[in-house]
Design a protein around this ligand. Structure first.
Ligand code: HEC
Length: 121
């Protein structure tokens, strides 16, 4: 129960952040083609259907393909800043530039269930 309440607080915080991030990064335009070349390191975890990690706890890795670009961008900014806590994602997000995040968000948001590059979702 405690965990569920925590998640709601996090999503509420993300919604507020979304508004802030949308204004702060409005000048960076994502390029889906460039993004495709930047997701190689994401595929290992995010591209496997129903993938779960086993350590340190069992959890699902969210599917990113088809996700809203602003949502992906916000999530990466939150990991980068440490507002959203997940060690691996923090390390990865911290290594991404504003342009990388915009490109990756554009790439993933352009994916659909029928996309040709499905293995790279
Ligand atoms: C080592 C495995 C791993 C790698 C590599 C990885 N991720 Fe993640 N990612 C995760 C896990 C696990 C979560 C869920 C963490 C959580 O609960 O906050 C996650 C969460 C996310 C989220 C939030 C999704 C949501 O629905 O809230 C985004 C966006 C994301 N990752 C993007 C990326 C991008 C972009 C890359 C490559 C640059 C990447 N990840 C690489 C494991 C990984």
């Amino acid at each position: 129960m405690k965990k569920i309440v925590g998640r709601h607080v996090v999503s509420a915080a993300l919604t507020v952040l979304a508004a802030v991030a949308a204004t702060a990064h409005a000048d960076v335009v994502g390029n889906a083609t460039a993004g495709q070349g930047k997701v190689a390191m994401c595929i290992g975890c995010h591209g496997i259907p129903d993938y779960r990690t086993a350590y340190p706890e069992v959890y699902h890795v969210p599917i990113l393909g088809g996700q809203n670009a602003q949502y992906i961008s916000n999530a990466l900014h939150a990991y980068k800043k440490g507002d959203r806590h997940f060690e691996t994602m923090h390390a990865i997000a911290a290594s991404l530039s504003e342009q990388d995040i915009a490109d990756i968000a554009a790439y993933y948001s352009s994916q659909t269930a029928n996309s040709k590059n499905n293995p790279e979702k």
